[in-house]
Ligand binder design. Structure first.
Ligand SMILES: Cc1cc2nc3c(=O)[nH]c(=O)nc-3n(C[C@H](O)[C@H](O)[C@H](O)COP(=O)(O)OP(=O)(O)OC[C@H]3O[C@@H](n4cnc5c(N)ncnc54)[C@H](O)[C@@H]3O)c2cc1C
Length: 348
C-alpha cells in the first residue's frame, strides 16, 4: 500500500531517511524521456549492495502522475514539492530546493539524468553541496567499500575512467539516457510519498528567469535509443548520396538510422542520429554497422547491442573485432545488395 505524509521543510528526517540513494525526477517530455525510470531501476540494483532505500525527488506542479510512475517503476520513497510556482523548470529555484533537501537528508548517492536540464542543474547542486560530480556516466557499480564507482569517458573520450568520491557526500553522477534499462511498470509496487512543503518565499531565490511561453516540439514516433534495429553508418559509406541508402535499409528493417561524428559533421545525416560519446547510447537487438572504424567514442555507446553485424573493407578495424558477424566488403555495395534482397523477399 502506498502511504502519503506531509512534512514542513523544517522537519528533520528520521534515520531511515538518511544515507539513501536519490534520483532526481526529470519528467519533462515524459513519456518519451525515460531516464528517471532507468536510474531508479539501476539504483535498486545498487541498493541491494548498500542496503539503502531508493528515493525519487520531484519538483513541479500537478505531479501525481509522475509520482505514481516512479513508485510503479521501483521508487520506495518519493519526496514531492508540488507548488504552482514550480510549474516551469527553473534551474535557480530547483538547485536551491535540491541543495537544501539533500543537505538535510544526506543521501549517500544522488543520480541525475544527463539531459539538457540535468547537465545545467547537477553541477550547480554539486557546488552548493561541496561535493564531486561525475558527468555523463556510462556505468555505475558499488565496490567492496560500498562506494559508488562511476564510469565516465575521460581525456577527450579516449579512456573510460572509473571515479569514486570517497570523502564527500552525496556521491553525485549524471547518467546518459539509454545507459540502463527501466524495470517494467508494476502497479502492485508500493512506496511512501512524502510531500515536503515549500520554504517561505523569503527563503527562496528571486527568479531571474521568467518563462513567457513554451511550445511542444513534436518528435518522430520512434527514438534511436529505443529502436530494436539500428542501421548505423560511418565515413566509409563514401558520400551523402550513398549514405541515404542506410535510411532505406532502416525503413525496410523497421529500424532507425544512426551515424558517426564525421558523418554528422559532413551533414550526411542530422545531429539526432549521432551515436557515441557526443550523441546517443543505443542497445538494439540488431546493430548494422557500415563503414565505421570503431573508435572508443563510438563503440562505448553501442557495446550493449545484442547482435552486431559490421561491414568494413578493413578486417582489422576495431568495429570488426567487437562484431558478432564481421563482413569484409565495400559498405555501399553490400548495403545495396541487402536492400535488393530484402525488397525481393518482401515482394515474394
Ligand atoms: C571528444 C570526442 C568525442 C567524440 N564523440 C564521438 C561520437 O559521439 N560519435 C562518434 O561516432 N565519434 C565521436 N568522436 C570521433 C571518433 O573518435 C572517431 O573519429 C569517429 O567515430 C570515426 O568515425 P568513422 O568510423 O565514421 O570514420 P573513420 O574513422 O574515418 O572510419 C571509416 C571506416 O570506414 C572504413 N571504410 C572506408 N571505405 C570503406 C568502404 N568503401 N567500405 C567499407 N568500409 C570502408 C574504413 O576502413 C574505416 O574503418 C569523438 C571524438 C572526440 C575526440
Amino acid at each position: 500500500m502506498t502511504t502519503t505524509r506531509s512534512k514542513p521543510d523544517t522537519d528533520m528526517p528520521s534515520s531511515k531517511e538518511k544515507n539513501n540513494i536519490w534520483v532526481f525526477g526529470d519528467y519533462r517530455n515524459y513519456f518519451r524521456n525515460r531516464v528517471t525510470l532507468q536510474l531508479i531501476s539501476r539504483a535498486r540494483e545498487l541498493a541491494e549492495k548498500t542496503g539503502a532505500k531508493v528515493c525519487a525527488v520531484v519538483f513541479g506542479h500537478d505531479l501525481d502522475e509522475y509520482v505514481n510512475e516512479y513508485i510503479a517503476h521501483g521508487a520506495q520513497i518519493v519526496y514531492v514539492m508540488d507548488d504552482p510556482s514550480l510549474k516551469s523548470y527553473n534551474v535557480e529555484s530547483y538547485v536551491h530546493l535540491m541543495a537544501d533537501l539533500a543537505g538535510k537528508y544526506m543521501p549517500d548517492i544522488l543520480l541525475i539524468g544527463a539531459t539538457s536540464f540535468g547537465r545545467e542543474f547537477a553541477p550547480r547542486v554539486a557546488k552548493r553541496l561541496s561535493t564531486g560530480l561525475t558527468a555523463d556516466c556510462v556505468g555505475l557499480e558499488i565496490n567492496d567499500e560500498k562506494l559508488l564507482v562511476q564510469t565516465a569517458p575521460a581525456f577527450g573520450g579516449n579512456l573510460l575512467a572509473k571515479i569514486i568520491t570517497p570523502n564527500h557526500k552525496p556521491q553525485m553522477a549524471t547518467v546518459r539516457p539509454g545507459t540502463f534499462t527501466e524495470q517494467p511498470h508494476d502497479d502492485t509496487c508500493t512506496g511512501e510519498i512524502v510531500r515536503v512543503l515549500l520554504p517561505e518565499s523569503d527563503n527562496m531565490p528571486k527568479n531571474r528567469i521568467r518563462v513567457i511561453s513554451s511550445e511542444y516540439q513534436p518528435q518522430r514516433d520512434k527514438k534511436l535509443e529505443d529502436a530494436a534495429v539500428v542501421v548505423c553508418g560511418g565515413r566509409g559509406m563514401g558520400s551523402k548520396k550513398k549514405f541515404k541508402k542506410l535510411f532505406d535499409l532502416a525503413r525496410l528493417t523497421d529500424g532507425e538510422t544512426g551515424a558517426t561524428r564525421p558523418v554528422v559533421y559532413a551533414r550526411w545525416a542530422g545531429h539526432e542520429t549521432l551515436v557515441g560519446q557526443a550523441g546517443k547510447n543505443i542497445r538494439p537487438q540488431i546493430l548494422f554497422s557500415f563503414g565505421i572504424s570503431g573508435a572508443i567514442q563510438h563503440t562505448a555507446a553501442v557495446n550493449d547491442s545484442d547482435f552486431i553485424i559490421a561491414v568494413n573493407k578493413n578486417p582489422n578495424a576495431a568495429m570488426m573485432k567487437i562484431a558478432d558477424v564481421a563482413i569484409v566488403a565495400d559498405a555501399n555495395q553490400f548495403c545495396s545488395a541487402l536492400i535488393r534482397e530484402l525488397r525481393k523477399r518482401l515482394r515474394d
